[in-house]
Design a protein around this ligand. Structure first.
Ligand SMILES: *Cc1c(COP(=O)(O)O)cnc(C)c1O
Length: 369
């Protein structure tokens, strides 16, 4: 194993418990563990979150659901993503809450609920302005009709999703969505449905507004100690959970005026001490970091020289003393007094911290520390 990820159980627990305190006892915390827990490792993180007292988990797919059920049979789980009609039966055996935005899905679930004489919990995804998945108010009667037709379908929740909270400090659009959501929920209740759970907050909204919590929040990135964006006020003390490490697999001296790596994109400007790392874009180490990013070795920054390859990256250690073969290099996280946060790596790769951690190859071992 030449690259691995350390997951701090203490920090993950801290983040969950800090946020649970903020939302209070009446609001359910349903952390998102989609995307392999934002790259942190689904099973590992789900286990720690459950131990830390989370009430619910939000997953993307039936595959995620199966993986969580293998480690815990009881915790309520919300499937955020689409479930194929021919996979609904299998999903039901694992007792999820479904988020639904199609009459086809609802009709199929109704049939199954009737055949199996089993209650199935549904959350309807309401359109409020994100224009991704959603049901428009003028179509709601078609859905409510199916709940009347199939009494075993339980309307357990009403959900929506913000379009523009983390990317701006102007929250007027989000305010409009909040208002539309409230109105839409009222409309459904006026039609005779009492609904227990209402939710539309992701991490950014949940930190900004108490009034957007309703009684469940679907926070994602926050749990991993990362902020949704620069625009979101850092009001809580969050602790990053992930440290991504590798080791040095060769140390060499390269003379002045020599090229390093594919495409001859870097030429040494001095006699250069170089370390080679067995890490590359196959691992999810973004090729856009070529000639741009750096890693930590002995607590100091070592610049990436030339292009990142599939499994190899070269870095400059000329100014770092006493480096030897198999010394640790930190790609993401702390070493000594310095730190490479996911946000900084994201800025090098021209993307967001979400993509940086989520793209890390799932095969890389995650270890709890
Ligand atoms: C991913 C996701 C979230 C969590 O988003 P964060 O910005 O990570 O908090 C919440 N709701 C839905 C529907 C999502 O897909």
């Amino acid at each position: 194993m030449t690259t691995w990820i350390e997951i701090s159980a203490t920090n993950l627990k801290h983040n969950i418990q800090t946020f649970k305190k903020i939302i209070g006892e009446k609001t359910i915390l349903a952390p998102a563990v989609k995307g392999n827990a934002y790259g942190h490792g689904l099973e590992i993180c789900a286990k720690i979150m459950i131990k830390a007292g989370t009430d619910f988990l939000s997953v993307f797919s039936v595959e995620d659901l199966e993986r969580v059920r293998k480690i815990n049979t009881k915790i309520p789980i919300l499937i955020l993503g689409y479930v194929k009609l021919n996979e609904l039966k299998k999903a039901i055996t694992l007792n999820p809450n479904f988020v639904v935005w199609n009459t086809e899905t609802l009709e199929n679930l109704g049939q199954i609920a009737k055949e199996q004489k089993k209650e199935i919990f549904i959350h309807l995804k309401l359109e409020t302005g994100n224009h991704r998945y959603g049901i428009d108010p003028e179509n709601i009667d078609k859905y409510l009709k199916l709940f009347r037709k199939y009494p075993n379908l339980k309307l357990a929740g009403l959900a929506s999703h913000f379009a523009n909270v983390e990317d701006t400090t102007d929250h007027s659009y989000a305010e409009q969505q909040l208002q539309k959501f409230t109105n839409f929920c009222d409309l459904i209740e006026q039609k005779g449905f009492k609904v227990k759970l209402k939710h539309l907050s992701n991490s950014a909204a949940a930190t900004l507004w108490k009034k957007a919590h309703f009684n469940l929040v679907r926070t994602g990135i926050l749990n991993y100690g990362l902020w949704p964006s620069q625009e979101v006020f850092k009001t809580i003390n969050l602790k990053p959970v992930m440290t991504w490490k590798t080791i040095i697999s060769q140390i060499r001296e390269i003379p002045e005026n020599e090229y390093i790596g594919y495409g001859c994109t870097y030429k040494t400007t001095r006699k250069t001490k170089m370390a080679v790392l067995p890490i590359g874009y196959y691992d999810g180490y973004d090729r856009k970091l070529s000639n741009k990013g750096c890693v930590l070795i002995k607590g100091k920054r070592a610049k990436i020289l030339g292009r990142i390859c599939m499994n190899v990256t070269m870095v400059d250690i000329t100014d770092i003393k006493n480096v030897k073969l198999e010394d640790e290099a930190v790609l993401l996280g702390k070493q000594g007094t310095d730190e490479i946060p996911a946000e900084e790596m994201a800025s090098w790769a021209n993307t967001i911290n979400y993509e940086i951690t989520t793209r890390i190859n799932e095969k890389i071992e995650r270890i709890v520390v």
